[in-house]
Design a protein around this ligand. Sequence first.
Ligand SMILES: *[C@@H]1O[C@H](CO)[C@@H](O)[C@H](O)[C@H]1NC(C)=O
Ligand SMILES: *[C@@H]1O[C@H](CO)[C@@H](O)[C@H](O)[C@H]1NC(C)=O
Ligand SMILES: *[C@@H]1O[C@H](CO)[C@@H](O)[C@H](O)[C@H]1NC(C)=O
Ligand SMILES: *[C@@H]1O[C@H](CO)[C@@H](O)[C@H](O)[C@H]1NC(C)=O
Length: 447
Amino acid sequence: MEGGWPSGGSFLLCLTVNLLLPGRSNTFTINCSGFDRHGVDPTVFQTIFNQKDFRPVINYSIPTQVNISFTLSAILDVDAQLQLLTSFLWLKMIWTNPFISWDPEKCGAFSKLTVTTENLWLPDIFIVESMDVDQTPEGLSAYVTNDGHIVYNKPMRVTSICSLDIFYFPFDQQNCTLTFSSFLYTVENMLLGMEKEVWEIADTSRDIVRTQGEWELLGINKATPKMSVGSSLFDQIMFYVAIRRRPSLYIINLLVPSSFLISIDALSFYLPAESENRAPFKITLLLGYNVFLLMMNKLLPASGTPLISVYFALCLSLMVVSLMETIFITYLLHMATTQPPPMPPWLYSLLFLCTSPGKCCPVALWNENTGPGLMSTHLPGLKEPGQLVGKELGSREAELNGGSGLTSTQLADLWVQFSHMMDTFLFRLYLIFLASSIITVIILWNT
Ligand SMILES: *[C@@H]1O[C@H](CO)[C@@H](O)[C@H](O)[C@H]1NC(C)=O
Ligand SMILES: *[C@@H]1O[C@H](CO)[C@@H](O)[C@H](O)[C@H]1NC(C)=O
Ligand SMILES: *[C@@H]1O[C@H](CO)[C@@H](O)[C@H](O)[C@H]1NC(C)=O
Ligand SMILES: *[C@@H]1O[C@H](CO)[C@@H](O)[C@H](O)[C@H]1NC(C)=O
């Protein structure tokens, strides 16, 4: 026999009742006459209440079947740093106490009663992943039906451990497990069953989840593997709770501003390279982006490296690279206008190749041959560049090939033209890199 001797004489009483009952019937009928006139007589339940320390079965070889279900009523918190999911649920357990039964026809047709749970044996079902002590409120009651079923509902605030993967933040889904198992009873003593189907649990939970917060319940699945600890085997039911983050807050606060800043950075290439404004403009943008990152840092998960952080780092580096490009072009232009060094012949031929129509090389867009373009303003203090390129290139090429030097003004113009060509070329490289990284990030988010 499980347990020990019951306190008091209840066991003897029970045994006596047992022996007196004709044919040793397995049903212990409660005499409920008078319940409809004088209320419940506590003495007829006393035997059952005295037995509450023991598992209520007639033959101890028979395991108690406990059927469970739950309703997830709120998802309170998902902590990526501690890897915890805090949820609130109503746990429902049903089991049978064979010592309780009465005939409702003799008792004013009532078929269920509430009994405080302190007077009843309760199954010790707990959640394996739970990282918090059970905070079940005291003084709860359970329904007892006339055929001995006990229906016990209890509210639980569950802080359970859950392996969270925030790589796809803010478009992430999480799959958290809630495993219900008995703390003490092995499969010989307790079996777990489902009180209702798992899709019913998912449907009622979806209807009932009150929180319109960050997380949305996607669905619930179950598995029922047995858990073996040493030589004992425990019955358990695992529920997989799938939840999804609502991303709109993060799209509005993180992705949209970031995209605006990076597109303004791309657009700033259209500021003329000769004007003094481009570099300060880019520095301001860089500063703005840093302030944005500082302010929005608290919205990002506190641990791990989500893809969005990589994206932000990429945007920041692109801004730095574009600032460096501007510095380089400004340097080239400055060199061209003050003391242009002699141009190597290969550079000159490249320049000539690219300025001639029908070639795919990047072309300095202020060239008249290619129509209107980016840098339509002319350098102050420089000669008309279009005229130079369009008309005199041929003759100058001949001059250069023949080994004769150029005048310093012509050389300066060539260097200016080269700078613009480099600017356009680097701008296209920047655009290609920006586009490919954004496409990569979007593809990764969609998988
Ligand atoms: C049930 O209890 C009443 C008194 O409360 C008694 O008169 C009646 O005989 C009892 N019935 C049985 C079957 O023991
Ligand atoms: C208790 O149950 C076991 C297995 O079901 C059975 O072999 C045994 O005879 C039962 N004992 C009594 C006293 O009924
Ligand atoms: C528990 O569920 C099983 C099957 O789902 C059913 O046979 C059994 O009667 C249920 N037990 C209770 C106490 O509801
Ligand atoms: C959650 O994970 C379990 C295994 O870890 C898997 O069986 C189940 O299908 C997953 N559920 C969802 C919705 O991805």
